[in-house]
Design a protein around this ligand. Structure first.
Ligand SMILES: [Zn+2]
Ligand SMILES: [Zn+2]
Length: 329
């Protein structure tokens, strides 16, 4: 026998939040005999558990079942998004999307802020819980968003805004580390998790998204290298009074070698080619103090490179949808 669950709700409230419910209640009841304690009954095909959460949120008896940065968020909000979409409850959908965008930033400054937060979480992570050492069952990865589930959810419910950061994040992860990558050496994998490595549910990613992911990673690296290779600038001697005004002493202005400038650029190019996290590589060149303070390059030329690296990050971020074929998804 099928188990039935009933919810006692107000017609006026449902009509107010959902045009679909409003239409439904203007139709004559399909089965006039159906009533419960004198009240009309409407049969719903939806899962009772999801419907209960949905109604509780509409009645403001419950908050969204979402913690910030929780890897299980897509699984938790999926059924809710399904109901919000089906019954056109726009404000609930907007609420869920806003929460997803906190985990998957849609602007570069927001991305940088979240990255800095995660870096801070990683430092001293194990000292903040009752840690068992390398067998730790609370690795950082279990407390950070997981990209494959987010990508699936975004595609199913048409939330393209979170796809650029989700694809970019996935593109910098190795398929080698679980929970379902190529888990050849479980002890090494545990060690990686202990060190704060992030993982993805690789086996759940559909084939065409592997194509989009690999194409995007390559396009991103190529575009970054092409730009860096094209950076042309000459060292310029400024008159002494301008230098003094800028706080640069004459001494610092000496010894800016063409070779050193070239080496600085080619080091950056090599770093871009060898690390998939291009935005991070560029950031080490875009902010003081530089990761590797170049010798024999004057402060003004270093500053020019910083500005170029910073502009290139913005350019790459804006082109993520193009790199990862997001517009066609
Ligand atoms: Zn631990
Ligand atoms: Zn210079």
């Amino acid at each position: 026998m099928r188990q039935e669950t009933g919810f006692l709700v107000h017609r006026s409230m449902l009509c107010k939040v959902s045009p679909i419910f409003a239409d439904m209640f203007t139709l004559p009841p399909s089965n006039v005999n159906e009533s419960f304690e004198g009240l009309p009954v409407v049969q719903m095909p939806d899962a009772a558990e999801a419907l209960e959460m949905f109604l509780k949120i509409l009645y403001q008896e419950a908050a969204l079942p979402v913690k910030r940065l929780d890897p299980n968020t897509p699984a938790l909000v999926g059924p809710l998004l399904g109901l919000a979409t089906k019954y056109e409850v726009e404000h609930l959908r907007t609420q869920v999307v806003a929460r997803l965008m906190e985990d998957w930033p849609t602007s570069l400054p927001a991305w940088d802020t979240l990255e800095a937060e995660i870096t801070a979480m990683r430092e001293g992570w194990h000292s903040r819980h009752n840690c068992t050492g390398p067998t730790c069952d609370e690795p950082l990865d279990h407390h950070l968003p997981e990209p494959v589930a987010a990508i699936q959810l975004a595609k199913q419910y048409k939330i393209p805004a979170i796809l650029p950061s989700a694809f970019y994040h996935l593109s910098r992860l190795s398929i080698e580390w679980g929970p379902d990558g190529t888990e050849t050496y479980p002890s090494i994998q545990r060690g990686r998790l202990f060190m704060g490595t992030r993982t993805a549910r690789w086996k759940s990613l559909p084939g065409n998204d592997y194509y989009n992911l690999l194409a995007g990673r390559t396009r991103l690296q190529n575009a970054a290298q092409r730009h860096v290779r094209g950076w042309k600038f000459e060292h310029v001697e400024l008159p002494g009074d301008i230098l003094a005004e800028a706080g640069v002493s004459d001494h610092e202005d000496e010894g800016c070698s063409r070779n050193a400038r070239r080496n600085m650029i080619s080091d950056l190019e090599k770093a871009i080619a060898s690390h998939p996290d291009v935005l991070r590589t560029l950031q080490t060149y875009a902010s003081f103090p530089l990761h590797n303070e170049p010798k024999d390059v004057c402060p003004r030329c270093v500053f020019i490179v910083m500005e170029k690296a910073s502009a290139l990050r913005k350019y790459l971020w804006e082109h993520l949808p193009e790199f990862f074929n997001i517009d066609t998804i």
